[in-house]
Write a protein that binds this ligand. Sequence first.
Ligand SMILES: [Zn+2]
Length: 254
Amino acid sequence: MNFQSARGFVLSSFPYAEADKIAQLYTVQLGKVRAIVKGARKPKSKLASALDLFNESSFSLHKGRSGDLYVLGQAKVLNTHSNLKKELKGITALQVLADVLIQAIHDTEPHLEVYSLIKETLAALGAHPGSAELFLTAFTLKLVDLSGYPLELEACAECGASLQRKSAHLIPHRGGALCGDCCPSGPTRLKVSPAGLEVLKKLRELPLEKAHILKLRPAFLRELLLTVLGYLERTIEKQLKTVEYYAKLVPVPG
Ligand SMILES: [Zn+2]
């Protein structure tokens, strides 16, 4: 059999047939792929522990008989990111990250910049767990850019007026941010205040690992995160599963 080695992260895994699992992986060489892991639910499976969320491994994969499904032969775990999995807040942040990647990334398109972005985000979350929402917001903004749906934040996408000191609505199918005149009754969930727009611009400019230098009120940051995730949902025309769950599970401090 022709095995191919690929380095990647586990985005999800779910039971399949009697003793197997199907895992979604984001890999350097193949982009996002699905792989069947035979016997992964047997007690003595060596592969079971490799399938934890965002474990990074060197996988040995070969193309299965049916369509686009790979068979995972071996996995050498390189990083378990165990420091991120000790607390509920860290785990929910990883679940949001996985949800965004599963929904927003098309299968089998390798994209080295996306891979690096995931790596940077995991490192930043591990180094500054208290700033998880800043990193998730920055990650989503940067992923939107990398996915070819750049979000214009300087000027109204409709009339071209500067958005300096103005609030705006983020409307993907109309080209990005719109001023209040062009979008008087847009969805309130996707409305960003003048201060919010400034923060989004800064988060986009800053390297992701520096996002924690911004000090924001928790409620303000939560609103920005949900707005950016809402913008992504509208862009890809899919609903993220973890957004409501996250908002319920992780209360805004203070
Ligand atoms: Zn306008």
